[in-house]
Design a protein around this ligand. Sequence first.
Ligand code: AMP
Length: 393
Amino acid sequence: MNVLVINAGSSSLKYQLLNTETREVFTKGNCERIGIDGSFIGYTVRGGEKQKLEVALPDHKTAIKHVFQLLEEAGFDQSKIEGIGHRVVQGGWYFPESKVVTDETLGWVREVAPLAPLHNYAEADVIEICRDMFPSIGNVIVADTSFHYNIPEKAHRYALPRDVVDKLHIRKYGAHGTSHRYIWKTTKELLGDDVHKLVSCHLGSGASLSAIQDGHDMDTTMGLTPLDGLIMGTRCGTIDPATVCYLVREGGYTIDEVDTMMNKQSGILAISGVSSDTRDVEERAQKGDAHCQMALDMFFYRTSQLIAEMAQSMHGFDTMAFSAGIGENSDTFRSAICKELAWFGVKIDEEKNSVRSDDPRVISTEDSKIKVLVVPTNEELMIALDVQELLSK
Ligand code: AMP
């Protein structure tokens, strides 16, 4: 099945057209600066050179029209697109699994939008536009929170007053669920019966861990929002929640300023004082920059600490898998995190660790108690497979 996967943000719209059987990606791109001056679409066709179309994109509807024009130029008119998968950041209490778009399911995306206002409203608008413009193509909602929906209550409930929690739908929703689901699926395909308890490590500019036992999510590090858990590129991760009150009361910051500080001005960027990109930070640390070294040390410490927390929620683990920008590309990060976990019996083969490849692979030694893998994530494929499954029913 040829599936168009759409990932809409408030001012961007990423797309990818792929085939679920051959897994070939025909074309992909990103509409950037929607509603802002200087908008453009960067795209590639059949893995060719990156191209750039500078075009006015006043709104998402115009962006989608241009995407379909580019698809047609690449040889895919509407009749060749058999389904559209929409990545939705927050599924709230309505999406324990992916669902076909109907008036009702689209309404749910809007109803839970206050939990992720920057994303869900834009995503709901884009779903509606696709339905209206291309009524013959089926649409599917794939929520990033679905995989975490059934984690045990003792793991997802917050210790706040029950009436407040219930009224405002507060709980651990998690994020990166589609990626963690893909990492489990790929690890299982590779290891078969040798994997039961996996700590999935999605380490990119956003980063989260998931404790996955025989395909079921037992816990995850992100919470009500994607701010919780690990130290990230610009996000602080878990800190004492009273810090927020202190910053407002004593620091004189508004609540919006604290929100921006914690999401956009913290994490690796804040500790290093240099960059949110771990490549820059690593380079500076090697040249003796103490703040950059501290950013790395804190990242390794916190990540290994939370891996242990995930392992505890399954009463042990037999496998861990590294994924996303840092997890897939940085042998130094993998090595440093595994060293922190050596007392668990985690041992990696540095030669295997240094190999660059796009394939999922084992990098632990034969005698390591825990199998360690690198699994390049593929959220688009996971979304497309859901579309295929739901639309062929
Ligand atoms: P993602 O959000 O998954 O696209 O990951 C992007 C992040 O991955 C970048 O901001 C970098 O911090 C990190 N990254 C990518 N390549 C490398 C690398 N070779 N070494 C260290 N970090 C990397």
